[in-house]
Design a protein around this ligand. Structure first.
Ligand code: CA
Length: 231
């Protein structure tokens, strides 16, 4: 699956090397040279993952990772720290700051891609191609198909992404703003009402097998996917 990866690295040669390899693997790369530039990009749209160099001019990579973890909106972004330091103590500091993983320079592109995959599987299962199945509803990201009790269901692309996110984060309540961030990515030009429209379409698509009941409205809070619908 193509990801939006924000690479925060001040050394142009290393930034280029990482970007070329990630783009070759089918991802979209956004670049920043320091924490300030990275913060501005994140304010505009949430990336699917951040690769942050430890040693940056100004605010350090580790301080940037901490900052991302402090805010509700950015807390869920998977973060991998890049560093030339390989001391055990440094690794612990990095993980305590909120990084999901840690890659020591020099690293091979293959190692970096493997780490990205592992972190996403843990942190953002909706970004992987692993199939999900809950209560007879089966969603397969690699073929982009959905089955209810083995019968194929037709979903639009946005409804598919919405269902994928809800199913991989089942039983939790998500606000409209959170869904816009997670499913639409860039929420600047999209109104919260849009979420309601697509939830309605999603339920309609799930109706034939009765799985529309699994998409619950939680009054005053948002939406949730549940394997045990009320009523
Ligand atoms: Ca650096």
């Amino acid at each position: 699956m193509a990801l939006n990866i924000l690479v925060v690295e001040d050394e142009p040669a290393i930034q280029e090397l990482i970007a070329v390899n990630l783009e070759h693997a089918g991802h979209h790369v956004i670049r920043a040279r320091d924490a300030e530039g990275a913060s501005a990009i994140v304010r505009n749209a949430l990336p699917d993952l951040m690769l942050i160099d430890w040693m940056l001019p100004g605010m350090s990579g580790i301080a940037l990772a901490k900052l991302m973890r402090q805010e509700e909106r950015t807390r869920g972004i998977p973060i991998i720290l890049l560093t030339a330091r390989s001391e055990e103590q440094d690794k612990i500091m990095g993980l305590e700051a909120g990084a999901d993983d840690y890659v020591t320079k020099p690293f091979s592109p293959r190692e970096l891609l493997a780490r990205i995959k592992a972190v996403l599987r843990r942190r953002s299962p909706q970004m992987t191609d692993d199939p999900v199945e809950i209560g007879g509803l089966h969603l397969d990201p690699s073929t982009r198909r959905v089955f209810g009790n083995k019968a194929p269901l037709g979903l639009g692309p946005t409804e598919f992404r919405l269902l994928h996110f809800l199913m991989t984060h089942a039983e939790r309540v998500h606000s409209r703003a959170q869904l816009l961030d997670q499913v639409w990515g860039d929420h600047v030009f999209v109104e919260e009402r849009t979420v309601d429209v697509h939830i309605r379409r999603l339920r309609k698509s799930l109706e034939p097998t009765g799985h529309d009941r699994y998409v619950e409205t939680v009054r005053g809070s948002g939406y949730r996917f549940t394997a045990e619908p009320a009523g």
